[in-house]
Each structure stands twice: as structure tokens, then as C-alpha cells.
Design a protein around this ligand. Structure first.
Ligand SMILES: Cc1cc2nc3c(=O)[nH]c(=O)nc-3n(C[C@H](O)[C@H](O)[C@H](O)COP(=O)(O)OP(=O)(O)OC[C@H]3O[C@@H](n4cnc5c(N)ncnc54)[C@H](O)[C@@H]3O)c2cc1C
Length: 580
């Protein structure tokens, strides 16, 4: 049995090892946390349930009234993950994610306001803060007296976070901070900022360090409220630092380890966005089923038509499987697992894309009404668009998933491992640092017998287990083969990397769903779990087809032609073949 806390399920999977203990049994909340969640859900219904018109108005106004933020504070919404000894609710990751689900059912701007505070704004303090820092700030963060924001992005540094230019230079036992941060959620009313800056001589070349900066420090100023496509009621501003004197004791974590801290904060906070996405999907299923039952065409409710059933059925599959993945990642973090970065990235990519698809289909089911501002659909489509961009774009996360998950394969291929260390430890930062890799080196031998098995699962889901095991074998073979074939050039092979990431996403979702369905069978028996088994069947069938296609297209594709067309378009900066 492997140590659950130090094993990454996906990294092992790329080696052909199925670490079943990591994902089975499906995580469940403690009785205490369940009870607390019921109370929170009830309170949220009271606070948010009757506010549909307000949310729509605030979206049109592009603002959230200060009075409402005060109400969120009174409800304790800013203290969700803060330990009880500091005045918070002390929710674990799973319960926190479930709370954002509840909020996400009502309004995405509210969910992101709460999420930016807990998922990223103050999470660095929770993860790396000293006891003194925690006692100083946590009670105020729990009560909402201080709302937190996460300040990483700059005009020249988004995905390439390592390119930040904000500097912090030592002076009088403290630091002098200069620079500007862009698109900071909660910027308009935050009092507590987790800020990333380059330390050293101020030439912008030093290592990154994280700092706690508060709004009352001289030289901190806030830019205007951004006019956005979606999440319009949430606050997004620039935050500027002009010779801000930051006391020495406000360094967060270790000096020089700010990049790692930023990535850890983002990894750890991903279940918040995943939870909000699942909540959004549940809301969309409610809206769409009601709409489809009510709307009649050709004398029939549209819910009777196959094409509408296909959409709603898929929404159910997307919601159930997303919930399985997001809950699983929350459970892994709560159980003290340290190796969950790949799995957390998968949960973000998968849940946000399922939500986008559900939102689009729900709008389609509503027909012309869906396009009208009077109805909620167009706002939901606008609101959820950003999910695929912030907290790591889904493109960057796909590269991260594939490259990080293959870490142990690369470790086996020793020379490759040595030369690729920087890339696999820090793929986002380390693109392009691999040295030549000898193709000649012997590597993995993934044969039938070397592959792990899943055991002890109900016979009713054995066909799905078989598919999972077979595709795991294919993945391990492909990871080994691709690393041998491309060596350092894997970094430039984004088409292939993306396909591997998509295969890994499908396999992780399949494994989490198997675990969830097995838990339901254990609790209720096969008959009662039959609908859930159907969801598993649908997902697995569809995933098998996608995985097969992705494997085939790693070698057999039109990538070079597509790239040539893109290069041509980049050169011309226009479409070349207009008909007039
Ligand atoms: C509403 C909103 C709220 C936000 N809140 C915060 C916040 O609270 N704190 C904070 O620090 N930031 C925040 N951000 C910033 C957000 O995290 C960044 O927008 C995001 O990281 C992407 O960076 P970018 O916009 O500079 O895009 P870019 O990095 O310029 O990327 C542009 C496109 O190129 C792709 N791309 C980039 N590099 C590669 C590559 N190597 N290979 C393939 N494709 C690539 C990207 O996936 C993307 O599609 C927010 C942004 C918005 C819009």
C-alpha cells in the first residue's frame, strides 16, 4: 500500500500504476461538517434566495452595494476556511468547496467575491503565515473587517507569472515596494493584499517573494473599477504600489520562494472555483428542466424531444462527474495529501469546461428567451467565461497537467530527469530549459502484466473498470514513448501535450466517478445506484472514444498543416481568401 499523503494518483498512473487507495473510498464529510453545511445552506438561501432581481440589477450596474457586502460579513462568509481559534468556521477544503457550490447556485459575482478572499487572497497566510502573522490578521479576515486580494498579475505578466516586474528592495529592516498589479479581484474594497514582488537589488532580476501588504500603508492606491463582460458586480481593479514601506515581518513564507508559494496558493484554492462551477451547473439543470417542461412546440413540451433530452442528459453527466472530481480533490487536500497539484488542475479545467458547455446548452434550450437580458442565461454565459482564463488559463493548466504528471516517467528516464528537473518542478516557469535528451536511453517497459488493477469493485461496474485499466496501460506506454521520442522538444510539442492532458483528464474523471459510484453502491445497493451507474456508463463510453481518438492523433494528425496555416495568418494578419 502506498502512502496516500505523498502519492499523486495521476503521476503514478502515467507510470501504469493504479494507486487505488488514493481515491477509494470516496471522501465523505464528517458529521460535524455536514451539519454545519446544512446550516450554511439554509442561511444562504435566506440571504441569497430572494435576491434574483438584485443580482440582475447589480450586473447591469456593474457594482455590488456595500450594504450587501456587510451582510456577507455578518453571515461569516469571509471566515469560511479560517480556523475557529481565529474566529472563522474552520471548514476543510471539501466543505469550503461545497459552500461555494451553494453560493454559485445563486450568483457568480458573489461566489467570486467570497472565493477570491478565501481561495487565493488570504490562503497564503493560512498556508505559510507565522503564528504572529495569523494572530494579527486572521480575526480581522474572518470577520470581514479586512477583505483579502491576491496580487500576482501585471500588465506584462499573466500566464507567465515569473515575468513580474514589481520590486521589493530592503530598507531600514523592511522593504520598499514598487510596481503595479492588474485585474485584482476585490481590489476595490480589499484591505489585505498578498503581493508578489522581486526581491534583490531592485533591477527586476531577483527571486520572487510574497508579502502581506495592507491598504493603510502609505503609497498603496487602487485603480478604477473595471467594466467587464461578466462577473460585473464583482470588484476588479488595478492595485498600485509607490514606494510602499513594508515591515520586515510582513514577508509571507520564505524570502525567494514566492513563485512556489503563488503556485501552491493557486493549487490549493482550485476547489473553490470547481465548487462554484458545480453549483452553477446544478442551477442550470433546474432552469433548463423547468423551461423544457413548460415550453411547448408542435403541441408537445420540448422536454419530450430527443435533442433536448440529449442536452439535459449531458448536463447531468457533466455535473455529477465534475462534482465527483471536485469533491475528490477537496478530500485529498483534507486528508493531508501533498501531491495533488495535477489532480487540482484537472478539477479546475474539467469543471469550468463542463459549466461552459452546460451554460451554452441551457441558453439554447431557452431559445430566443435565452438571448434576452430579462432571463438569466446570457448572464450566466458571460459570468462563466472567465473561469477558463483566471487562476491559470486552461491552456497553461493542460500543459502543466501533462508535463507534471509525466514527472515520474521522466525520473525513470534518468538523464532526461536531470536535464528536465526545472521543467517538471516548475513547468509554467520552466518552459524551454531542458537540455538534450538521449533517445537511446532505455526506459519503461510497460507490458500488460506491469499494469496495476482496480480490485474490490462491484461486478456491475467491472466493464468500466476494464476500460479504465486498458486506457491506463495505453497512457503509460504513450507517456514513455513520447518522452523518448521528443526528449527536450516535448515542450514545443503542444499539440501532443494537450492530447496527453486530455487523456489524463478523462482518466482522472473516470476514476473519481468510479469511486463515487462504488460508494453509492456500497451505501444503497446496485438497484438504488442504477442511475448513477448509467451516468458512469455514459461518461466512460464517451471518454473511451475521446481517449482513443486522442491517442491516434498523437502520431496521425494534421498538426503541421494547421501550424502552417496559423503562421501564414500571423504573417498576413488577415484572412487571405476573401471572395470579393
Ligand atoms: C475578471 C478577472 C479577475 C482576475 N483576478 C485576478 C486576481 O485576483 N489576481 C491576479 O493576480 N490575477 C487576476 N486576474 C488575471 C488572470 O489570472 C490572468 O488574466 C490570467 O492568468 C491570464 O493571463 P493574461 O490575461 O495575461 O493572458 P496571457 O498570459 O497573455 O495569455 C493569452 C492567451 O495565450 C495563452 N498562452 C499563454 N502562454 C502560453 C503558452 N506558453 N502556451 C500556450 N498558450 C499560451 C493563454 O492560455 C491565453 O489563451 C484576473 C483576470 C480577470 C479577467
Amino acid at each position: 500500500m502506498s502512502d496516500k499523503t505523498t502519492t499523486s494518483f495521476m503521476r503514478s498512473l502515467c507510470m501504469g500504476r493504479i494507486e487505488q487507495d488514493c481515491l477509494f473510498p470516496f471522501p465523505v464529510l464528517s458529521a460535524d461538517q455536514k451539519e454545519m453545511l446544512h446550516e450554511i445552506a439554509g442561511a444562504l438561501e435566506g440571504l441569497l434566495g430572494s435576491r434574483t432581481e438584485d443580482f440582475s440589477q447589480w450586473d447591469a450596474d456593474g457594482d455590488m452595494p456595500a450594504q450587501f457586502i456587510e451582510e456577507l460579513k455578518e453571515f461569516g462568509m469571509f471566515g469560511l476556511i479560517i480556523p475557529e481559534e481565529h474566529g472563522g468556521m474552520g471548514l476543510g477544503n471539501m466543505a469550503y468547496s461545497r459552500t461555494l457550490q451553494e453560493v454559485g447556485r445563486y450568483d457568480a459575482s458573489v461566489a467570486v467575491t467570497i472565493g477570491a478572499h478565501s481561495s487565493i487572497g488570504m490562503r497564503g497566510l493560512l498556508l505559510f503565515g507565522t503564528d504572529e502573522q495569523k494572530s494579527r490578521y486572521m480575526p480581522k479576515l474572518a470577520s470581514g473587517e479586512m477583505i483579502a486580494a491576491f496580487c500576482l498579475t501585471e500588465p506584462g505578466a499573466g500566464s507567465d507569472a515569473a515575468a513580474i516586474k514589481t520590486t521589493a528592495v530592503r530598507k531600514d529592516g523592511g522593504w520598499v515596494l514598487n510596481g503595479s498589479k492588474l485585474w485584482i479581484t476585490n481590489g476595490g474594497f480589499a484591505e489585505f493584499f498578498t503581493v508578489f514582488a522581486r526581491t534583490g537589488t531592485g533591477d527586476g532580476q531577483g527571486k520572487m517573494t510574497a508579502f502581506i501588504v495592507t491598504k493603510d500603508m502609505d503609497g498603496v492606491s487602487i485603480g478604477p473599477h473595471e467594466d467587464k463582460m461578466g462577473l460585473r458586480a464583482s470588484s476588479t481593479t488595478s492595485v498600485l504600489f509607490d514606494d510602499v514601506h513594508v515591515p520586515g515581518e510582513n514577508v509571507l513564507g520564505e524570502e525567494g520562494l514566492g513563485f512556489k508559494a503563488a503556485m501552491q496558493i493557486l493549487n490549493s484554492g482550485r476547489t473553490g472555483l470547481g465548487g462554484g462551477s458545480v453549483g452553477g451547473m446544478k442551477h442550470l439543470i433546474e432552469l433548463s428542466t423547468r423551461q423544457a417542461n413548460e415550453r411547448k412546440t408542435f403541441g408537445q413540451p420540448i422536454s419530450s424531444y430527443g435533442l433536448i433530452k440529449e442536452k439535459v442528459g449531458q448536463m447531468v453527466v457533466d455535473c455529477y462527474t465534475s462534482e465527483a472530481v471536485v469533491t475528490m480533490v477537496g478530500g485529498l487536500i483534507d486528508e493531508g495529501c501533498e501531491e495533488y497539484a495535477v489532480e487540482a488542475a484537472i478539477s479546475k479545467v474539467y469543471a469550468t469546461e463542463c459549466l461552459a458547455r452546460s451554460a451554452d446548452e441551457a441558453l439554447q434550450i431557452a431559445g430566443g428567451n435565452g438571448f434576452m437580458r430579462e432571463y438569466p442565461y446570457e448572464r450566466i454565459v458571460r459570468d462563466c467565461r472567465i473561469n477558463r482564463i483566471f487562476e491559470g488559463t486552461n491552456e497553461i493548466l493542460r500543459l502543466f497537467i501533462a508535463l507534471t504528471a509525466m514527472n515520474d516517467v521522466a525520473t525513470q528516464l534518468k538523464e532526461l530527469s536531470r536535464s528536465m528537473k526545472g521543467v517538471f518542478n516548475d513547468p509554467i516557469k520552466g518552459f524551454g530549459v531542458m537540455s538534450d535528451y538521449a533517445r537511446k536511453h532505455a526506459g519503461l517497459r510497460i507490458r500488460r502484466g506491469d499494469i496495476g488493477k482496480m480490485t474490490g469493485l462491484d461486478p456491475s461496474i467491472q466493464p468500466q473498470v476494464d476500460i479504465f485499466e486498458k486506457k491506463t496501460r495505453n497512457l503509460a506506454q504513450a507517456a514513455d514513448r513520447i518522452l523518448r521520442k521528443h526528449g527536450k522538444n516535448i515542450i514545443g510539442k503542444q499539440f501532443a501535450t494537450k492530447r496527453l492532458a486530455d487523456i489524463m483528464i478523462d482518466l482522472f474523471v473516470m476514476a473519481c466517478t468510479l469511486s463515487r459510484v462504488q460508494a453509492s453502491i456500497d451505501a444503497n445497493g446496485v438497484e438504488k445506484a442504477s442511475r448513477e451507474i448509467e451516468i458512469l456508463k455514459v461518461f466512460t463510453r464517451e471518454a473511451r472514444i475521446r481517449i482513443k481518438r486522442n491517442f491516434r492523433r498523437i502520431d496521425n494528425n494534421e498538426d503541421e498543416l494547421l501550424k502552417a496555416l496559423a503562421v501564414d495568418a500571423f504573417e498576413a494578419e488577415r484572412y487571405r481568401w476573401d471572395t470579393i
